[in-house]
Design a protein around this ligand. Structure first.
Ligand code: G6P
Length: 430
């Protein structure tokens, strides 16, 4: 289970403030549980875990295995909830550097850089060392099937696939979209592409445990059954004993009520950087409505202590901080001893980087609390598929509960349309 430590935030709140917020969080949890809150038609991310569909997990795993055996490159074409969850898990559990001979995952469709597309097409067109062409698979993910960034990139990539593989391209293109509607479904009908469905009752940012996230994650070689059942376990545990998630929601809500406007969400594990980006969308699109919500700012430590650390320590006191910790070391890499000790680092000889990093976390936490930043720490035991699955569901449930505390519908994102409207007008779309 995800562990929650709010002791670094409590000194900033009175008992009365905590009690009031706790009542609100308990009420919000009941709304989620009984589907009685606004937007309750979007609770499919819970039903998914209540009654797991092993057949779909199996189907995704075996397709992923076949792709892994044949592919050199797997392109995930999507934006927002259609790629952030997969990227988060792949980076959390994968390798920092490409492993030779291993399949390469490339992201596309998440911006409109022509230079990126140009270079991507050149890159996948390059021959392998033995002179043979690269084997490329393309997974386009779009719930609406109409998102401009994704659709534009898919148009170019699909053309490249057809030019390169001819009719066989149909076996190499996999579409993940809604059951019906959208341009993507028309292409699927016309060209017979393989299709995975995003359930109607699950919004993009809550969709990582559907084929949206699971196919790319499985293609990356991660055990999706373990990931999924890690989430199922967390779901079951929190239905029984929601104390941890309620504590975090209570604290964050009480701090927001006191004027905190930014939640700096950081980890001392750089492999969790993209996980922070996933949390950023999950919270940002859920809570940022009606003039309410905290800005979710993702940081990666200790890197950002050398850029944002000053701001967090002494800047405007309008922020709180959420640390995401992993208790167990992910490597035993050690500081070696040096005979001459010119760099004066021998006092650290024999220690692991993990041990030093833990001290950096503890020191940072202490300093930030002293500097007036309330701190909450969320911890998982190990960085593996099971615990990352737990963390995913923890954040999903937390988001729903916390946003209901604000009396906001967590599941829509009406504001995102504003820029699209203005952009399409400028582009002359009919
Ligand atoms: O999956 P799609 O329909 O392409 O949507 C991709 C993303 O774009 C939108 O503008 C939404 O704000 C996001 O919530 C969504 O995840």
């Amino acid at each position: 289970m995800v562990d929650v430590d709010v002791s670094g935030a409590l000194p900033f709140l009175s008992e009365v403030e905590q009690d009031k917020a706790r009542q609100q969080a308990l009420k919000a949890f009941e709304q989620v549980k009984h589907g009685s809150g606004e937007g309750a038609e979007w609770l499919g991310w819970r039903t998914l875990l209540e009654s797991p569909n092993d057949a779909i997990l199996e189907q995704i795993s075996s397709l992923a295995q076949a792709i892994r055996e044949d592919a050199d490159v797997f392109i995930l074409c999507g934006i927002g909830g259609s790629y952030l969850g997969a990227k988060a898990v792949i980076e959390a559990l994968g390798s920092f550097f490409p492993i030779k001979q291993d399949l390469e995952i490339i992201y596309a469709g998440h911006h409109m850089s022509g230079r990126y597309m140009d270079q991507l097409l050149q890159y996948i067109s390059q021959k392998k060392e033995d002179g043979s062409p690269k084997s490329v698979y393309l997974n386009v993910v779009s719930k609406s099937g109409t998102t401009l960034e994704t659709a534009l990139s898919f148009r170019s990539l699909r053309k490249w696939m057809i030019d390169t593989y001819g009719e066989e391209s149909a076996n190499r293109i996999i579409c993940t979209t809604s059951k019906e509607g959208g341009a993507l479904n028309e292409l699927i009908d016309e060209f017979g592409y393989r299709k995975f469905v995003i359930p109607d009752d699950i919004g993009g940012r809550f969709s990582v445990l559907t084929p949206v996230g699971l196919l790319p994650i499985a293609v990356a070689g991660i055990d999706i059954q373990t990931l999924f059942y890690g989430a199922v376990n967390e779901y079951q545990a929190l239905e029984e004993t929601p104390d941890h998630v309620i504590q975090y929601a209570t604290t964050r809500y009480a701090l927001h009520q006191k004027g905190k406007a930014i939640d700096v969400i950081g980890s001392f594990k750089p492999e969790l950087h993209s996980f922070g980006n996933w949390v950023q969308q999950l919270l940002g699109e859920s809570e940022g409505k009606d003039g309410k919500g905290m800005f979710p700012a993702t940081t990666s430590y200790s890197t950002d202590l050398h850029s944002l650390g000053q701001m967090i320590q002494n800047g405007n006191r309008n922020m709180m901080e959420t640390f995401i910790n992993v208790n167990e070391a992910t490597s035993g890499f050690k500081v070696e001893s040096s005979e001459k000790n010119v760099d004066n680092l021998n006092y650290l000889s024999g220690k692991t980087f993990h041990e030093i990093n833990v001290k950096a976390y503890l020191g940072t936490k202490e300093a930030h609390i002293d500097g007036g930043v309330p701190v909450v720490t969320l911890s998982i035991e190990k960085l593996n598929a099971q615990h990352v699955g737990s963390l995913i569901y923890f954040f999903e449930l937390f988001t729903a509960i916390y946003v209901y505390c604000l009396e906001v519908n967590p599941f829509n994102q009406p504001g995102v349309e504003a820029y699209k409207k203005a952009m399409y007008q400028l582009l002359g779309k009919e």
